[in-house]
Design a protein around this ligand. Structure first.
Ligand code: NAG
Ligand code: NAG
Ligand code: ZN
Length: 440
C-alpha cells in the first residue's frame, strides 16, 4: 500500500527523533492513506476528501487487503472515515502499516534497573528506589490470572478493608456479558454502574477542571513498545499517567522505574485486567492489593489512583477502592454517544482501523471545544499499533492544537503536586487520602 503523504521507509525507531511538532502545523488530509478495498470505499475516500489535491491519489492507490488473512476478526474494509490532522510526525508509520497482523516492529532494548536509592526529581519527599535485582516473580501471583483470595497477603488486605470503616454495598457481582446480561443491575440506580449509563460519583475523576487541559493517560503496560512512547514523550517534553497492570509490572520492572523516574505518574490498573464488577469483594481486593504491592516493591511508593479496566465500576467497586486508598479515574463522557475512548486498543485485534481511531480522536477534539472543563481520553501502550497511532498522529496533532492544550498527568491536571500521586508522599494537609473520607 502506498501513502501519498507519509514517508514509508523510515524505521519505527526513528520515532525517537521526532520533530518539533509546531513546525508542521499545516493541515494534512489523511484520507490518502486509507486503504480502499471497494469502489464504494474509493468513492467515499475521494468525495470525503474533496478539495484536497491528495484525494485523487487516494482513490487511485486503492489497495486490496492481504489474501488469506487468518485474523479471527475481519479486517475492516468498508468505507473508511476521512480525517484531517493539524500535524503528524514526519517519521510516523503510514496509516496503511498500522493494521491488524502488522509484522512486529523492532523493539528498543529494555532499560536496566535504576540504582537502588535513586529518587525521582519530580517528588521532593520521595523515598529511594528499592533494589529490584532481588525481585522474584515466584513471590507474586501467576501472570494474567485473578490472584487467589486465600493467601496470607490477601487475607490481610481483606482484614484491612474490613477495619477501614468503609461500608461496602452488599449487591451481588454482575455476570459476564455487560449490560444486556444484567438487566436488574442496569435498572438499579443505587448501584451507579458506569458501564451501563455512565453514572459517576463525586469521587470519580472523569475530567480535568481547566478547559483545554488534557489529563494524558496510557493503560495496560508497561510493555515492549512502551519505550517508543517514552522516547516520544521525552522529546516532546510531555508527562503522562500510566495505569499499569500488575502482571506487566512484574514482567518489566525496570521499565516501570524508567516511567516513574522520568516524571510520569504511575497508577493502578489491577493485576489481571478483569471487569471488576463481576468479581467478589475478596477478588477485587486481591486484584487491587497485588497491583499496589508490585508497584510499591518496584518504586518504593504506593499509588493513590486506580482505573477500573473497561471503566467497569459501580458503588461496590468504588467503596473497596476507597477502603484501599485509591481514587478511581475513568475518562470523559459527555453523552451516551460521546465517550472519550479512541478505541486504539482494537486496531491490534482487527476490530477497528487506524482511520476510525483517528476519526474518534477528531470527534473527541470537536467535543473538547464544546465543554467548559478539560478532558481525559482512553489510550493504551500495550500494542505496537496503539503506540504508533499515538506517537505518529494523535500526540503531534494535539501539540499543534489551537488553542494550545495543557497536556499533563492526571494528578497534575487536577492541580495537585506529583507527590500526591502516592500514599507515602501525599500532602495529607492539603489533599485528604480517599480512606480519610471514610464514614465510621
Ligand atoms: C462529539 O462526538 C460525537 C461522537 O462521539 C460526534 O458524533 C460529534 O460530532 C462530536 N461533536 C463535535 C462538536 O465534534
Ligand atoms: C500521609 O498519610 C499516609 C497514611 O497515613 C502516610 O503513609 C504518609 O506518609 C503521609 N504523608 C506524609 C508526607 O507524611
Ligand atoms: Zn485496560
Amino acid at each position: 500500500m502506498k501513502s501519498a503523504l507519509i514517508v514509508a521507509s523510515l524505521p519505527l525507531l526513528a520515532l525517537a527523533h521526532g520533530p518539533n511538532p509546531h513546525q508542521h502545523a499545516r493541515r494534512q488530509n489523511l484520507a490518502a492513506s486509507a486503504p480502499a478495498s471497494s469502489p464504494a470505499a474509493s468513492s467515499h475516500a475521494s468525495s470525503a476528501a474533496s478539495g484536497s489535491p491528495a484525494s485523487s491519489a487516494a482513490a487511485s492507490s486503492a489497495a486490496v487487503p492481504p489474501a488469506g488473512s487468518t485474523s479471527l476478526f475481519p479486517t475492516p474494509t468498508g468505507a473508511l472515515p476521512s480525517v484531517s490532522l493539524a500535524s503528524t510526525n514526519p517519521t510516523a508509520l503510514p496509516l496503511a502499516s498500522i493494521v491488524v497482523n502488522a509484522p512486529s516492529a523492532a523493539t528498543q532494548a529494555m532499560p536496566t534497573p535504576q540504582p537502588a536509592g535513586a529518587k525521582p526529581s519530580a517528588i521532593s519527599n520521595a523515598p529511594g528506589l528499592p533494589d529490584i535485582s532481588t525481585l522474584l516473580p515466584s513471590n507474586y501471583p501467576a501472570l494474567d490470572k485473578p490472584p487467589p483470595t486465600d493467601s496470607p497477603q490477601v487475607l490481610q488486605w481483606i482484614q484491612d478493608v474490613q477495619n477501614s470503616g468503609v461500608k461496602i454495598p452488599t449487591f451481588a457481582p454482575t455476570v459476564a456479558g455487560g449490560c444486556p446480561a444484567n438487566p436488574a443491575a442496569v435498572a438499579d440506580q443505587t448501584r451507579c454502574w458506569w458501564t451501563c449509563g455512565g453514572c459517576t460519583r463525586q469521587t470519580d475523576v472523569t475530567t480535568c477542571p481547566d478547559k483545554y487541559t488534557w489529563g494524558l493517560t496510557y493503560d495496560d503496560g508497561p510493555a515492549p513498545y512502551t519505550p517508543d512512547l517514552l522516547s516520544y514523550l521525552d522529546q516532546a517534553n510531555l508527562k503522562s499517567t500510566f495505569f499499569v497492570v500488575g502482571s506487566r509490572a512484574i514482567s518489566y520492572p525496570a521499565l516501570l522505574q524508567q516511567e516513574y523516574m522520568g516524571g510520569h505518574q504511575i497508577a493502578v490498573h489491577t493485576w489481571s485486567h478483569p471487569s471488576l464488577t463481576t468479581l467478589t469483594n475478596e477478588e477485587i481486593i486481591a486484584e487491587l492489593g497485588w497491583s499496589k504491592k508490585i508497584i510499591k516493591d518496584v518504586l518504593g511508593v504506593t499509588p493513590t489512583m486506580m482505573r477500573p479496566p473497561f471503566g467497569d465500576i459501580d458503588d461496590r467497586v468504588r467503596a473497596i477502592s476507597q477502603a484501599m486508598d485509591l481514587t478511581p479515574v475513568i475518562w470523559t463522557r459527555i453523552s451516551p454517544m460521546a465517550t472519550f475512548d479512541t478505541d486504539d486498543f482494537n486496531i491490534h485485534g482487527g476490530v477497528t482501523s487506524v482511520q476510525q481511531v483517528l476519526a474518534n480522536w477528531e470527534d473527541i477534539l470537536g467535543n473538547v471545544s464544546t465543554i467548559n472543563t478539560g478532558f481525559i481520553v482512553l489510550e493504551h501502550d500495550l500494542f505496537q499499533q496503539s503506540v504508533e497511532v499515538a506517537t505518529g498522529y494523535i500526540l503531534p496533532d494535539a501539540l499543534a492544537h489551537q488553542p494550545a492544550f495543557r497536556i499533563e498527568p492526571v494528578v497534575s491536571c487536577l492541580n495537585l503536586p506529583m507527590g500526591d500521586a502516592y500514599i507515602e508522599t501525599n500532602n495529607n494537609g492539603t489533599n485528604p487520602l480517599p480512606l480519610s473520607g471514610a464514614s465510621y
